[in-house]
Structure formats: C-alpha cells, structure tokens
Design a protein around this ligand. Structure first.
Ligand SMILES: Cc1ncc(COP(=O)(O)O)c(C=O)c1O
Length: 428
C-alpha cells in the first residue's frame, strides 16, 4: 500500500474506531479503501449486501436469511416489503410522483390530520429526514419567540450524548466534538446539559433561552431513558419561563416504544416534536409537529422544501398509519416486547461476563455490554441476527414491530448460539 493511502486508511480506521468504540467493526475496511470507490468515504461500506427483504427477514444473494433486528436503524417499522405499504406505493407510483408544494398534494392533509388526532399537535410540516424535522423544530421555536416580541430568545438547551442529525445546526444541537470538528464555526445558540442533570438546567435558563430539546429516550446515545419526573420538571420549567419544549422522537416515535409516541408513557406533552424513521417504514420522510400557537408564525416564506410531503411519501405515510392505528397493534408490540425482555433477562443471568444491563422500552431495546459492543454485533451477524451498536457500549435490538413470538423464539436460538460462541472465545 502506498504511504499516503496507508495514512488515509489509518486515519479513517481511527475515525471509525472512535465512532464504533472498537476496531473490530472496522475489519474489512482495508479492502474497501483499496477498491477505488466513487462514493464519499463517510461510511465504512461493509461488503454484506442484501438483495431482498420480507417481513423480519433479509436475504443475501445466496439465499441466506438474516433476522433483521436493526430495522435499518429503527426505520423498517413494519418490516420489509409489507404488502399494504407496497400496494400503497405502487398505486401512487402509477398515478403521480411529484408536483411540489405549489399544488395540493393527495394524502397530505389526511396524514397531517391523523398525526394531530393521535398526538398533542395541531399543525404539521413534512420533511424528508430526521435532521430536517429537527431543523424545522428549531426554526419554529425561535420564530415563535421572534414573532411574540422576544427575538433575543435563540438559545436551545440540549443534552450531552444526544443525537439530532448531521446538518450544521443539528451537529451543534448534539454537541459532539467529533461531529463538529473541521466544519467551521459551530452554529450558535446551543448549550449542552449533562445527561440526567437535576440542577444545572435551572441555572442555564435566562432571557436568551428559547427552548429545551430532548429525546425522551436517547437512541444513538445508548438507549438512555429520561424519567417521567424529569420530563415533568422540564415541562414545568418551560411553562414557568415561557420556553418551548421540543421532543426529538425521530427514533422513539411511531410505535417503536409500544406507544405511538414515547412521550405518551409519561403523559408529559411537548410543544414541538420531530419525527422520521419509522413513519415511512423505509420511505424517506419526516415531520415537525407543533401546537397551533407555537406554529402560528410559520407563515408563507418562513420555511419550505421541494420534495417534502410529496405524493409518494404521503401515500406510504398513510399506509403505515393504517396499520399502526389498527386495534391491537400497540398491544402486540408490548406483548412481544415483554417476551423479548424475558429473553434478555435470561442473557443477563447466563452471560454475566458479557452483559450488565437491559435498557429501553417496547421494541427499542438494548444490552449494555461488558465486552466491546462491536464484538457482540459481529457475533450476532455471524449467527444471522442483525443488530446495531449505540453509544455507552450498547447493542441495540430493534426488530420490526410486526415480529411474531415465533420469529422472536427463532432469533433467541440464534442469539444464544452467538453468545455461547463469544463466551467460549473469552475462556480460550
Ligand atoms: C433521535 C434522532 N434524531 C435525529 C436523527 C437524524 O435523522 P436523519 O438521519 O434521518 O437525518 C436521528 C438519526 O439517527 C435520531 O436517532
């Protein structure tokens, strides 16, 4: 390998290692770096490729099936190729793909109405991604203050370890230095609080504070859950100080935690909420939901998007909700979650040298590992179960919400094999 590419390879490998907390996940990278890819080097592109998906399973070109407990990072909420979603997308694709926001879009009012009927919100702005849903949330909160005579209120209090996306504003909101380095001045107006802080939050609120932004359960940050009491405290602080409470439910929303929205476990409502991931079941889309008073100043010209809320996205978004709002859907998620947590409890007892804690709610579950999480992810993949790493040495287990107890039992057998293998490896 020439010196320069060796240098780049080492740099990338180190970056990857920082991101994934381990070098093991970067295995195979050398191959990738030498293959003259035309893609940006922003990801470690693994060689594993799937050619088909059905329900909770993904198939490679040789027909091997994998149980997908990563769900495209909490996106494939209804599994792969769900017949109702496929039908909705195919029907819409035969008729109309895109017209822009210059015209009324079929299904858009309907989807917005259904999201509002089933949440705290009165108004919706559709987006193409989670980060855009956060951008809209941040802009809406600041613009509310601007329009109500407090333009100096621009600061958003956020939490260390949170993840809100990769745009310039959302990396500033997340505050992670690694994501900020090298991209010019940090977007102003974001102040990080330590996770779970009880006292500092009050001291940071002043006449420049606009909002508090929080994930009810931190996803990328290691499935760390804020208590209902804590959310209640933040709600009170917002009410007392005229602040806007923003929930980032990009990962936790759309039934992932066993309620349509994770905040519904606590009953503590926000003023604004960002959604994406599971709401399109794999079709890229997101949304910013808000109370009427907060969204009132978002008038023509204040915000926009060419693609967002287009007919294809609206057709799929409505189809996803058709299923999620069916009687018994959430009960199913909670029943399977209960069974899954029993299995996880067994792993904790059987493999105390591998795992120390179960985290999460519904089917956003995680195991805190005592070995590098990348080793667990790799062992699971070898046993044909796909999982995703998260911060704080967590392995995230997020199967499609339609998973049956039988499919879970199959996964349990495969997972047990993976953990036996890891245990043996540790003792040899
Ligand atoms: C909580 C949270 N917010 C925002 C985002 C950003 O979403 P996207 O990658 O669609 O921009 C993510 C993505 O992982 C997320 O988990």
């Amino acid at each position: 390998m020439p010196v320069s590419s060796a240098g780049i390879w080492y740099f990338r490998r180190q970056q990857c290692a920082n991101e994934m907390n381990s070098l093991a996940v970067c295995a195979g990278m050398e191959l990738e770096m030498n293959n003259n890819s035309n893609l940006f080097g922003t990801y470690v592109y693994p060689e594993q490729q799937f050619v088909r998906g059905a329900g909770v399973r993904l198939f490679d070109s040789e027909g091997h099936d994998f149980l997908d407990f990563s769900s495209g990072i909490a996106v494939n909420s209804l599994g792969h190729a769900h017949p109702h979603l496929v039908e909705a997308l195919e029907t819409q694709a035969q008729n109309l793909w895109h017209t822009s926001n210059l015209f009324a879009v079929p299904g858009r009012e309907k989807l917005a109405g259904r999201l509002c009927d089933n949440s705290f919100a009165d108004k919706v702005f559709f987006t193409n991604s989670g980060a855009e849903a956060l951008e809209c949330s941040i802009k809406t909160a600041r613009h509310f203050h601007h329009a109500t005579g407090n333009p100096e209120r621009i600061n958003i209090l956020t939490f260390e370890g949170a993840f809100h996306g990769r745009t310039l504003a959302t990396i500033a909101a997340g505050g992670k230095q690694q994501y900020l380095d090298g991209f010019g001045p940090k977007s102003q107006g974001f102040i990080q609080l330590p996770y779970g802080d009880k006292d500092i939050v009050e001291t940071l609120i002043d006449e420049n504070t606009a909002a508090i932004l929080i994930e009810p359960i931190m996803g990328e940050g290691g499935i760390r859950q804020h208590s209902s009491e804590y959310l209640q405290k933040l709600r009170q602080l917002c009410d007392d100080n005229g602040l806007v409470l923003i929930y980032d439910e990009v990962q936790t929303g759309m039934a992932r935690t066993g309620k349509l929205f994770a905040y519904q476990w606590s009953g503590v409502e926000p003023d604004i909420m960002a959604l994406a991931k599971g709401m399109g079941g794999g079709f890229p889309m997101g949304a910013c939901l808000a109370r009427e008073e907060i969204a009132a100043s978002m008038t023509p010209g204040t915000h926009g998007s060419t693609f967002a809320g287009n007919p294809l996205a609206m057709a799929v978004g409505n189809a996803v909700l058709d299923i999620m709002l069916e009687e018994g859907f959430l009960k199913h998620v909670n029943r399977v979650s209960g069974r899954f947590q029993q299995y996880l409890g067994e792993y904790l007892e059987t493999y105390p040298h591998l795992f120390e804690e179960i985290r999460g709610e519904g089917l956003l579950l995680g195991l805190k590992c005592k070995v590098p999480n990348s080793e667990v992810v790799t062992a699971l993949r070898s046993a044909a179960v796909l999982s995703a790493p998260a911060g704080d040495n967590i392995v995230r287990l997020m199967p499609p919400l339609i998973i049956t107890e039988d499919e879970l039992a199959q996964a349990h057998l495969r997972m047990t094999k993976a953990f036996d293998f890891l245990s043996e490896k540790q003792t040899t």
